[in-house]
Design a binder for this molecule. Structure first.
Ligand SMILES: *Cc1c(COP(=O)(O)O)cnc(C)c1O
Length: 358
């Protein structure tokens, strides 16, 4: 039996979106391929509220995260981590010989704009990398406040991991002054895994031009230049199947559901799960920074999450345990992509039934 996924990626994908993945191939050097990529880019600019160029990469989100920190750090990167994915960004810097310092907060806490301000004021850094929605802890960082502070430092390239929030929450890239905003297909956008996406500002481009060793496959400047020179094509062979599905899904998001409705639906689902979590358990992160796309729940009743998931599986449903060191202390319910309020209510009713809650 197929299990409906309430895990924070990959997510449940609609049948009609899956069908797009099985369309016949087209050549990647023809006019049709250029038109496809151009249409995807134009529509993604709407999702990200930006005029910046859009880059695609046939990697999962981690690919463009690695590409960003390597392609655009000249002096030193400041990585602000509030969990596992922030830590991953720092490891990517180290493994690429990119100078970087890590500033790590306690898991469950949000970033503090003042700390970022203090750090950047030292003048030591020319790139900052933050996680918008930390999937390991369920924290959604206060991006507006943070962006206000970063605007004081025009020499700093501002990179944001929005892998588990873009497409589910409003992220106004140009208004926030984000230079590189990264996501992947298998989370709130509601597609299969295998493609990553980022915005790429003029400032990011100018920085990359000064960086000597940017790698090859994940060189963001190379991706950018190819788009300009070859009229929206990709330097190597892209995942054309993902592009068909993304093109189709962007049309659905923008013209059928509507962005504002989509964001509202995510908030509605989040509120239902939080209310349930507060009644029977506790929400793990500190108040005021709860994610709109997933809820991380403290296992205050000491339930056997594995056993719960097994029984949910018998009923065609799946949630997620805690991430890494939180494995047994928390469990996570994702409410993102094309999941509905009814789906979420049905899931919670099943959990109540299995655990005899009420
Ligand atoms: C899933 C996730 C990633 C990793 O993305 P991949 O597409 O799996 O490479 C990075 N950051 C966050 C916040 C995520 O949720």
């Amino acid at each position: 039996m197929h299990k409906k996924l309430f895990i924070p990626g990959p997510v449940e994908v609609r049948e009609d979106v899956l069908k797009q993945m099985s369309r016949p191939m087209i050549g990647h050097r023809g006019k049709e391929a250029s038109e496809l990529q151009r249409r995807i880019s134009d529509n993604l600019r709407k999702v990200f509220y930006t005029d910046s160029e859009i880059l695609l990469s046939t990697t999962s989100g981690s690919g463009l995260m690695e590409g960003a920190i390597r392609s655009c750090t000249l002096k030193k990167a400041a990585v602000f981590s509030v969990g596992a994915f922030g830590n991953r960004w720092y490891d990517m810097a180290l493994n690429n010989n990119v100078p970087a310092d890590k500033f790590e907060s306690t898991w469950g806490k949000a970033l503090k704009a003042e700390e970022i301000d203090k750090t950047l004021a030292t003048g030591k850094y020319d790139l900052i990398a933050i996680t918008h929605n930390e999937t390991s802890t369920g924290v959604m960082n206060p991006i507006e406040e943070i962006a206000e502070v970063i605007k004081k430092y025009p020499e700093v390239v501002f990179c944001v991991d929005t892998v588990s929030s873009a497409g589910g929450t409003k992220i106004e890239v140009d208004k926030l002054g984000i230079d590189i905003c990264i996501t992947s297909t298998q989370k709130a956008l509601g597609l299969p895994p295998g493609l990553s996406i980022c915005t790429f500002s003029e400032k990011a481009k100018e920085r990359a031009e000064k960086v000597q060793f940017r790698g090859t496959y994940l060189d963001l400047l190379a991706l950018y230049k190819y788009i300009q020179k070859k009229n929206y094509q990709y330097p190597s062979t892209p995942s054309i199947s993902h592009m068909f599905a993304l093109d189709y899904q962007l049309n659905y998001i923008l013209n059928e559901e509507g962005l504002e409705n989509r964001f509202k639906r995510h908030i509605d689902m989040a509120e239902i799960v939080r209310e349930w979590a507060e009644e029977y358990f506790e929400v793990f992160p500190e108040k005021g920074c709860w994610s709109n796309t997933l809820t991380n729940i403290k296992n205050t009743r000491g339930i056997d999450v594995g056993a719960l998931n097994k029984e949910l599986g018998n009923r065609g449903l799946q949630i997620s345990n805690g991430y890494g060191k939180l494995k047994d202390q928390t469990f996570r319910i994702a409410h993102m992509a094309d999941c509905t309020v009814e789906d979420v209510k049905n899931l919670l009713e099943n959990i109540n039934d299995i655990l005899s809650l009420k």
